[in-house]
Each structure stands twice: as C-alpha cells, then as structure tokens.
Design a binder for this molecule. Structure first.
Ligand code: ACM
Length: 552
C-alpha cells in the first residue's frame, strides 16, 4: 500500500475548514465506538454503516464523560458551545473524535467521516479485501442555512414507504435535513385519515394517467395509486428523525383538491363532483368550497396530520388555485358577501388565513407556496418561493420567512439537457451547472431582510417519474449540487465543484444510485419523449417566459 501518497478524498458538500495532517486512521476489528447519550443516533448510524459495508461489528458504548472510551476508537462527544448542526471532526492515526452540540451535528460529522474512507463504505454488503483507512484530517464545519431540503411529490406517482426511506438515506448522505412530502393533490390522496376513510379508499386510486406533458396527450389505460397508513407515516417520520432529517407534511388547499372532492363531493363547488381523482396533469378547476363545514373537514384532517408529524412547520399548499368555480357559483358569491370579501383573491386569502389560524392554535407554523402572498399574506405564514425570486423578495421585505425553491433553478423534474434521449420533458432545461448556481438569497435583499431566508429546497414533481429509477435519474447528481449550494458558505465555482462531483459519483455507485451521468443518459435510461414537447433550449425559454408572465 502506498496510501500515504494517495490523494486525500474530497468532501461534498465542501467543508468550511479542513486541515490535513500526517498519517491515517485504520478501521480494524479492534476499533471501538463510544458516545455521549445525546449523540447515540449518529453513533448507531455509523456502527450500522460500517457493519454493512465492511462486515466489522464494532462494539458501541454509551457514557456521559468518555469514561468508557478505550482510547483507540471513535468517540462522539457533546460540545454545547457549538452551533446547532455544526461539528468538529478530528481524525488522527489513533482516534476519531466527533464533537457536536446535538444529534444533527453528529450526523453530519458521521457523513463527513464516511467520505474520508474509500467510496465502498457506502455499499450495502461487505466489500472484501479492502483496507479501510481515512486520512488524518481536522474538519470544522457548519451549514450556511438551517433549511436544506427536497420536496417529493408522492401523489402523481405513489412512492412506496421503502423508497421514501431510501430517499431519506440519500438526503442524509448529503447533509440535507428536510423532506417536504407533498401528500395530496388532484391526482391522489396519499395519507390515511381515520375520520375520513374515503379520502384514500376513493382518492388513493386512479384509472389511468396522461402520457406526455402537453394538452391532448393520451391516457395510458393503467390504473394505479396507493397510500401511507398512519403506521407507515410514523415509521417514515422516526426513520428520518434518526438520521437528522425532519419530515414536513403538505395538505393542499384550496386548489389541487380533486381527489378529496371525488371522495367527499360536499367539499366541492356546485353539483358536478368528479367521480375519481384526475387522470390528467396540469392545473385543475376543482377547488374546495368555502363553507364552514369544509373548513371543519380540513382542520379535522390537519389535526390527525399534526399528531403524526412533530415538525415545526405544516405546509398547506395554496398554489395554482383557479378562481373560475368560485366566480361562477352563486352560493360562493353569496358566501363572499356574507364574509365581506370583494374578490376571489380575498377569498383565497381568507381561506388560507382560517387554516393558518388553526395551525397556529395547535402550535404549528403555517407554510405555503408563494401564491399565498396574493390577496394579502396571512400573519405568521412562511413562504415557499417557487415562481422565480419574486415571492422571496416580497415575503422577506414584508418580514415573512422564506424557503427558496425557484423553478428555473431547482425543479429537478425538469430535464437536464435538450437531448432527444432525455425522458418526457416538462419546464425548462435545468443543467447541473444551473442548479449549482442556486443562491436562495436574492441579491436585492439587505442583511436584515436576508435573515428571513431560512434556506432552500429542490422540488421533485412526479408526473413523469413513476419509479425509484426515474427518481434517481432526475434527483442525482443535481441534488448533490443543491446540497452544496445550501451548505457551503462563500464563493462557489463550478469548475472546482465538478471534479469533486465526479469523485463523489463513486459513492453514489456504491450506494446503488442510478444517477444521470454527466455525459448524458445511459442507453437504459433513455426514454424518448412525446410529440409536441419543447425540444430545444429556445423553446424551453419561451415556455418559462409564458409561465412567468402570469406571475403578475
Ligand atoms: C408548484 O410548482 N405548483 C408549486
């Protein structure tokens, strides 16, 4: 072995501070792990990972003061001086020392330590004949933002719980700490609600799906669906928490409501309730009506959701709510007069306000897409800014917290190149380099306003992602770029990032991730698109201009 001359592995996300020293730490069957009780979860995750990839079963002991640490192992210590999520990782030839003030810092130190070992450390079964050594290194690190996430749309195509857990593993591997689950929409209702069983019995299944992104695309004739039981949800939430990831639920309202209205027609507007969830993609006129009984229904649903998700935030959607049904319905117009509301935008704001008030009364912070800025922003609501940076600017200036997820930068369902071999396209071409340029804080904000930007997230809508393979292809490696954009402070340069990413692909290979190769889709990943799609960068730009023209 000439490992002393091997280049030291690079880190992704890049560390704020890293110093290399002489020698390396080698894992052997004699290595021990000990931890302060507060850092037990990261220590357990390390023990599991090492056992899976190396076959070494390292003994783990727990104590407050390091008295059980035998001086030749890996030690997780509590250091209450460190910021939340920050860590100190010191690798010497004799020992590994992790310090953090809470479990999350311990998780991110643990993930960083794994990157110092050979990439096979990410395998799920032991790699034989390996020497498991990490170069002596001192890393001190902390994230730039506290909200580093991804939204997964489990509605358009249902993502089974096991695949959600795998996705959580991949978020944690990249030190991403938030999974936003989009649980309800026109095309399905994916969370069992005890009080309203038809939401999933009727709303969880649909007869077929549109193939292709354009109007008039045919249906595929294939029924599909699924939903999470409340036990599934509890398992997902605790699995995530044990890896440093918070799961945020989203229940969409007042639009994107067809699945709920199909299940319980009295929630809809007028007499022509749809019989099933929608089989098309796009924006649907079916919205909730504004009756007190509907508000009661939604607050009852949210009460069950709140009992399942310990997150500080609950997302209530608010995006893409067409006003046509409300405008044309005499009863809704009468209701608006009763409530003293002058237009349908005010009705939307009233609706969001009622639901937000309920969340606050239950100790939760309401979160909505940037349309909740229209018709007057509800007090205390935080905003997911997706239509460019307009929402982020307006919300931060009005003193509201913001999570940036601009569609032209971090919508990972959008394709990565204009090659005809890419899967069915939506939106614009969003290259790895574009994604890497993501900065959640608009340059126009002053320092006080910028403090309202909590961070950012990538969004993965699944109209055209019907499998874990498709999800891997869209999410990776672009999500690696998002992770670094949200973690690493200071100057970032794509030319410096790219070789580190190429090195990182070996870790994704070991973890079994079917990412899109930077040279383009592999033959088995090529899914020719359908007619009528935007097929060039120019057409994509025109498409985006048409969307942003509607922001108003
Ligand atoms: C969205 O993309 N409709 C939030």
């Amino acid at each position: 072995m000439h490992s002393a001359h091997m280049p030291s592995p690079t880190l992704l996300p890049r560390a704020q501070s890293r110093n290399s020293t002489e020698g390396e730490f080698e894992l052997t069957s004699q290595t021990t792990v000990s931890t302060h009780p507060a850092l037990l979860q990261p220590a357990l995750r390390l023990q599991e990972r090492l056992r899976a990839a190396t076959g070494l079963v390292l003994p783990l002991t727990v104590d407050d003061d390091g008295s059980r640490d035998q001086g030749r192992g890996i030690r997780f210590d509590l250091d209450t001086e460190l910021e939340p999520e920050a860590f100190d990782l010191q690798v010497t030839p004799a020992t590994v020392r992790v310090s953090a003030s809470e479990a999350r810092g311990g998780h991110w130190a643990m993930q960083t330590l794994l990157q110092l070992f050979p990439p096979a450390i990410h395998r799920h079964s032991p790699a034989r004949g390996m020497r498991w050594a990490a170069p002596a290194t001192h890393v001190r690190d902390a994230p730039r933002f506290g909200w580093r996430g991804a939204m997964l749309d489990v509605v358009r195509h249902f993502t089974p719980a096991r695949e959600v857990r795998r996705f959580i593993d991949l978020l944690a591997m990249h030190r991403l700490n938030t999974l936003h689950l989009h649980l309800t929409d026109d095309q399905g209702w994916r969370i069992a609600i005890d009080r309203y069983p038809l939401l999933t019995e009727i709303g969880g299944w649909r007869p077929e799906s549109q193939v292709g992104a354009t109007h008039g695309s045919p249906g595929d004739g294939r029924p599909h669906g699924g939903f999470y039981t409340q036990d599934d949800i509890r398992e997902i939430v605790s699995y995530a928490a044990d890896r440093g990831v918070t799961v945020i639920p989203e229940i969409e309202l007042p639009g994107h409501a067809q699945a709920a209205v199909a299940a319980y027609p009295h929630l809809g507007v007028g007499q022509n309730a749809p019989a099933a969830p929608w089989t098309k993609w796009g924006i649907n006129p079916a919205v909730f009506n504004a009756e007190e009984t509907t508000i009661d229904f939604l607050t009852n649903v949210l009460d069950e959701v709140i009992d399942l998700f310990p997150s500080e935030y609950v997302c209530i959607g608010g995006d893409e709510c067409p006003k046509v049904q409300w405008r044309e319905d005499p009863r809704t117009q009468e209701r608006m007069r009763e409530l003293g509301l002058h237009d349908e935008e005010q009705l939307q704001s009233w609706f969001i306000g009622r639901i937000a008030e309920h969340l606050r009364s239950r100790g939760k912070k309401p979160l909505g897409w940037d349309e909740i800025l229209e018709g007057g922003l509800v007090p205390g609501a935080s905003v997911l800014s997706w239509r460019g940076r307009v929402g982020a600017l307006a919300a931060a200036r009005a003193g509201h917290d913001v999570v940036a997820c601009p569609e032209d930068t971090v919508y990972l369902d959008y394709r990565e190149s204009a090659l005809p071999t890419e899967p069915i396209p939506v939106g614009t071409v969003t290259t790895l380099e574009t994604v890497y340029s993501f900065d959640p804080v608009p340059a126009e904000l002053d320092a006080a306003e910028a403090r309202h930007v909590l961070g950012g997230q990538a969004n993965l809508w699944t109209e055209h992602i019907d499998s874990a393979r498709g999800l891997d292809y869209r999410a990776f490696p672009r999500l690696c770029a998002v992770a670094e954009a949200l973690w690493t402070d200071g100057e970032r340069d794509f030319d410096e990032f790219e070789p580190r990413l190429i090195e990182h692909l070996a870790r994704l290979d070991a973890a079994g991730v079917e990412y899109r190769h930077p040279d383009g889709p592999r033959p088995w990943q090529q899914r020719p698109g359908v007619e009528g799609r935007p097929s060039s960068v120019e057409e994509s730009a025109a498409h985006l201009a048409a969307i942003t023209a509607n922001i108003g």
